[in-house]
Write a protein that binds this ligand. Structure first.
Ligand code: S3P
Length: 434
């Protein structure tokens, strides 16, 4: 469980000049979760280089430790995972903290175990929808039960033998897809999953890299029972963390920021495509492939943005970046419309309500819609108010970037929620503004 303490208000002072410098962002959260879990599935020692130091990935490590996995820490965020002899029945409830990826993917793994386990999480996670994984896992034969008519954590799993099914997911969600793939790795027969639009494919790429019997045909994945190879895994920087610097660099005059070693998996680069469509000056340098994942350096320079329409199809590729895109839209000339993003209401907070409420406090012209929001720009943000984080790291960081552009300073309440994915966030911004 991540230790989040209510600290004093965080002051954000408006910038007086552009942001300039070369930075690195923390390791990718989604890929780190998978590296730890899949490393454990090999039952051999697996080295993970540049593992995320954020609270969510710590939750995954704690859950794995609760199942008997040894985790050893080396310098520079390098760790070794060793699931010696396989998962053991946990002595206690497994706590996924604030992490949806931990609870949903581990449910897929534990459904095919041969023991009893209970997964839970913090107040926010216990409010989030779990039927989306419980229903399809049950169709595979899983004995998986949850509070509130099988919809909310805690989730109880009595491990059993699973069988493959064909599941056409109504939602484009990497967490649903990955829970099913992980169950499929231990199930009898073939598991086929389709999704309406392609969501992030880190599970597919890493499992293929680790030699699983898994094929991908467009939006259809087929997986069979597999043994995984114990290979070293290198994690790129998190494009969802880089997004805050991409937007800040794009909207703060005279900025130029080079972000090194960022993950550039095409299922995650919606933020780059959207910012470019809005007129941002972004270039990719040193593009390469590491452990099956694209990575490279991304350079952003300030330019005047314009409003655009963002439709359902691209949403899974940019789902976590929509709050910071709302901030960008306040500085774009014209109207930006986001549609088809209803699932934003089921993240760490209802991100549609959160971002609209907080940006309105700053004087932005933003309206909530059932599945997104509409922003009219360009607006001079006012400041001189206190923003809330809704216990949501991405709302905290979006508020901070908006604060840099305000006429007067702002304060942010419970800013320490940034530690969920990006403990170094304020330090890096302070360096860029020096
Ligand atoms: C994640 C998938 C996304 C994303 C979340 C991380 C993952 O959720 O919002 O932050 O690691 O698989 P959904 O797949 O439910 O959209």
């Amino acid at each position: 469980m991540v230790n989040i303490q209510v600290e004093k208000l965080k002051n954000v002072t408006p910038v007086t000049k552009g942001l300039n410098g070369t930075i690195k962002v923390p390791s990718d959260k989604s890929i780190s979760h998978r590296a730890a879990m899949f490393g454990a599935l090999t039952q051999q020692p697996v080295q993970i280089m540049n593992f995320s130091a954020g609270g969510d990935c710590k939750s995954t490590l704690e859950v794995l430790k609760g199942l008997g996995v040894e985790v050893t820490y080396q310098a520079e965020n390098n760790i070794t995972i060793f699931n010696n002899g396989g998962f053991k029945e946990p002595a206690n409830v497994l706590d996924a903290g604030n992490s949806g990826t931990t609870i949903r993917l581990m449910s897929g793994i534990l459904s095919g175990s041969n023991f009893y386990s209970v997964l839970t999480g913090d107040e926010s996670l216990r409010k989030r929808p779990m039927a989306r994984i419980i229903n399809p896992l049950s169709q595979m034969g899983a004995r998986i039960f949850a509070k509130n008519a099988n919809t909310k954590a805690p989730i109880t799993i009595i491990g059993t033998e699973l069988h493959g099914i064909t599941y056409n997911s109504p939602i484009a969600s990497a967490q649903i897809k990955s829970a099913m793939i992980l169950a499929g790795l231990s199930a009898q027969g073939e598991t086929v999953i389709t999704e309406p639009f392609k969501s992030r494919d880190h599970s597919e790429r890493m499992l293929q890299y680790l030699c699983a019997d898994l094929t991908v045909d467009d939006n259809k994945i087929t997986v069979k029972k597999s043994e995984l190879a114990p290979k070293t895994l290198i994690i790129p920087g998190d494009i969802s963390s880089a997004a805050f610097f991409l937007v800040a660099g794009a909207i703060i005059p005279d900025s130029e920021i080079l972000i090194k070693d960022v993950g550039l998996n095409p299922t995650r680069t919606g933020i780059i495509d959207i910012l470019k469509k809005m007129g941002a000056d972004i270039t990719i340098e040193e593009h390469r492939i590491e452990c099956g994942e694209d990575m490279g350096d991304v350079r952003i320079r300030y330019s005047q943005l314009k409003g655009i329409e963002i439709e359902e199809e691209i949403i899974p590729r940019v789902i976590d970046e929509l709050p910071i895109i709302a901030v960008a839209a306040t500085q774009a000339e014209g109207t930006t419309v986001i549609r088809g993003a209803e699932d934003l209401r089921h993240k760490e907070s209802d991100r549609i309500v959160a971002i609209c409420t907080e940006l309105k406090k700053l004087g932005a012209d933003i309206q909530e819609t059932p599945d997104g929001f509409i922003v009219n720009g360009k607006t001079k943000l006012k400041g001189n108010c206190i923003l809330n984080t809704y216990h949501d790291h991405r709302i905290a960081m979006s508020g901070y970037v908006a604060g840099l552009l305000c006429e007067e300073p702002i304060q942010i309440c419970e800013f320490e929620w940034v530690n969920i994915s990006f403990p170094e966030f304020p330090g890096i911004f302070e360096k860029l503004t020096q």
